[in-house]
Design a protein around this ligand. Structure first.
Ligand SMILES: C[S@@+](CC[C@H](N)C(=O)[O-])C[C@H]1O[C@@H](n2cnc3c(N)ncnc32)[C@H](O)[C@@H]1O
Length: 402
């Protein structure tokens, strides 16, 4: 598999050397002269929230603010109907896996608190309800999305009051790559059990300060043993396809990627490409070089515990998620039932399913996904980090331990 060439900034100590916080004349920010513990990333004074020019943030916020919320009928007709359901299934399984792990360590009656960064219009609210959490903090850069998320929560609450235990929630619009989230919480000292960032984390890899700000936001309120979970495009897979296509643009009829940076030596931050996904995404994104994410996360006390491509996560979760897979209509039945039509009109989109049926003669139908949708969803991966415990060593410096 092609790896991204690691050239512009060295991994490791150089992060600190090149860290704009240590420079006297860093762009857009003045140097703090207060005494501080530079070795402690959680020391408030050691971290500066920079006002960096927000060209991409504005573009991204505008895109999501103007994205029309489609009704059920429209969604049913969508070319990416199964892809969306499948992605939702992946998120459900991820939430379930880590909410369960957290609950195993909680004392009876202890609250389970969650922060959803880049929550969008609230597509995951039901997942949190099913996870039986007690409090949810929702934040997104797009104000319109946050208002829709709040309205969805209100409607859900009104519906569920009689049937299911409800959770409290708070909402605010904010750029998680530039602003400190905890200052916007109703209770700034609130401790969280899970931080979730679904299909949104990669926007922070525009620059090192933005990535650090996002990771700090994800880490600083987590209790030791709590989890930071998410879904992001897999940079290795994107680069592999780019090399195969031998072009700056590649994709199919549901997604396309157009590189806007040097593809021979993509930078560690700001490796920009334009991503288009039928009906839902049309904006600039950034490659997340995973070893760098792991390195930065560790600096903020987060230890990698799981990283899997969607296809591998699906295989692992299939046995326990089979019923949900069916209920969520995450796979398409091939060939369609009588009077039904295939989601794609191109027979080539189902040749893999036809070959399977030709081989497995005992099956008349199979649950599958059109090739184009699968090519889009298999670009992604899931991850989970665990918050480590902070101790102070003999030199009076903070250290994270497992
Ligand atoms: C593809 S959507 C995913 C929404 C939701 N998490 C989901 O899984 O359905 C990406 C979301 O990230 C949000 N986003 C992008 N950049 C952000 C930033 N800098 N701070 C906070 N949210 C951001 C967008 O507004 C959008 O709602």
């Amino acid at each position: 598999m092609t790896e991204i060439v690691d050239k512009s900034v060295g991994i490791g100590d150089k992060i600190v050397e090149n860290d704009p916080r240590t420079s006297e004349t860093s762009a857009g920010g003045s140097v703090s002269r207060k005494r501080r513990n530079d070795d402690d990333p959680e020391d408030d004074r050691a971290f500066q929230y920079k006002k960096i020019d927000g060209e991409h943030a504005r573009v991204v916020a505008k895109h999501y603010n103007t994205l029309e919320e489609k009704g059920l009928a429209e969604r049913n007709k969508s070319r990416i109907f199964y892809l969306r359901n499948f992605n939702n299934w992946i998120k459900s399984m991820l939430v379930n896996e880590y909410a369960t792990k957290v609950k195993e360590t909680l004392q009876a009656g202890a609250p389970l608190r969650v922060l959803d960064i880049g929550c969008g219009k609230g597509g995951d609210l039901l997942k949190w309800q099913k996870g039986r959490i007690s409090h949810l903090i929702c934040t997104d850069i797009a104000e319109v999305s946050i208002e829709q998320c709040r309205a969805r929560y209100d409607a859900m609450l009104a519906r569920s009051r009689k049937f299911a235990p409800e959770f409290t929630a708070e909402f605010f619009a904010c750029d998680s790559t530039r602003d400190r989230l905890r200052e916007r919480f109703r209770d700034a000292s609130m401790e969280l059990n899970i931080v979730s960032c679904q299909f949104a984390f990669h926007y922070c890899f525009e620059s090192l300060p933005q990535a650090e700000c996002m990771i700090r936001n994800a880490s600083e309120c987590l209790k030791p043993g709590g989890f930071f979970i998410g879904t992001i495009p897999d940079a290795n897979e994107i680069m592999r396809r780019q090399k195969l296509s031998d072009s700056h643009t590649f994709g199919n009829d549901v997604y396309s990627i157009t590189f806007q940076c040097d593809t021979e030596n993509p930078p560690l931050f700001g490796a920009k490409y334009h991503f288009h996904l039928e009906d839902v995404v049309d904006c600039p994104e950034f490659l997340v070089y995973f070893p760098m994410l792991v390195k930065l996360a560790r600096k903020f006390g987060l230890e990698l515990v799981m990283r899997e491509r969607f296809c591998d996560f699906y295989q692992r979760m299939k046995p326990r998620g089979q019923q949900l897979l069916e209920r969520m209509q995450a796979l398409e039945t091939y060939p369609p039932h009588r009077n039904g039509t295939a989601n794609s009109s191109d027979p080539h989109d189902y040749s893999h399913a036809q070959e399977y049926l030709d081989r497995e003669r005992s099956h008349r139908r199979v649950g599958t996904m059109s090739r184009s949708e699968w090519e889009a969803t298999s670009l992604y991966m899931v991850f989970a980090f665990r918050k480590m415990k902070k101790i102070w060593n003999k030199e009076g410096q903070p250290e994270y331990i497992q």
